[in-house]
Design a protein around this ligand. Sequence first.
Ligand code: 13P
Length: 353
Amino acid sequence: MSSQLAAVAKALVAPGKGILAADESTGTANKRFAALNIPETEELRRNYRDLLFTAPSFGSYFSGVILYDETIRQNGRDGRTFVDVLETAGSFPGIKLDTGPQQLALANPGEKITEGLDGLAKRVDEYVKLGAKFAKWRAVITIDEAHGSPSDACLHANAGALARYAAICQAGGLVPIVEPEVLMDGDLATQSLETSLAVHERTLHHVFNELHRANVVYEEMILKPSMVIPGQKSGQTASVRDVAQATLTTLLRYVPAAVAGIAFLSGGQGNEEATAHLNEINVLGKGANAPWPLTFSYGRALQQPALHLWLGDDAKVEAAQAALSHRGLLNSLAAQGKWSPDLEKQRDLVATR
Ligand code: 13P
């Protein structure tokens, strides 16, 4: 086992630290900008990432940042590369390696397969030279009860791609983040908590079967799962305790203890909701002697307040940075089971810690 990769994996999930997902493709970043009337330019995408990565105490909360191809090649506003900026802040640069989901041939309508395996070893070499230490690949699993989705064909194909990606990463010197996302948002998301749990279990079963067959080393990888939550169109509300219990139960059944850590995606949850769930998962995880660190790798649930304050305006950079650091601190506490709702309102928390 390359102890260097295991050490990076362990550092990414160190106590009280999690990962900032800032790897929106140019298309997705532009969509989020357009919704807020922020001009869709390379310079503003650069300035926005710069404000995130230079926020106060950044490295105390964020062990790593997932970057998109455009960003890993850019320089920050002070002229240093973003890789340099992050390393100086004490945060590992990571890279999104998948090229996105496409319709899976001969499967149910809406079932996706994530692409990007062709030529991947070469791309890994290049990103390692640019300074990347870890990577991400996201598989998208859609529940559509009317069509019987997800099918075994879809779960098997996506698990196989995740395993090949993870093996190529480890062979090339990157820690793979393995992300099977069971969607909780969208018009089809009518699943109950129980159905969500059953689909998460099938998904993780396929994923770890394929990781095992591909000789992936668990100590050198991080799992990035969705939480077990009723679909946004289900009409069901589940308590924070129910979500945490269902999520932990599923992970304890299907994730080997040797996996370096688990870093959840937020997947359309509200900012505070994602933090409350993570906190409760950690509270229950301690009681159940969960064998892995349980932390965050959020995109929207970390960035939303900062983006909404900034709006492309240089005069708002400090306020936006304070908002990111605030969510960083709250999620850092949640990753230790030390968060409480009253901390949400304490805006000066970062400065006083
Ligand atoms: P969200 O937390 O916004 O779901 O993003 C995390 C991520 O990296 C999705 O691939």
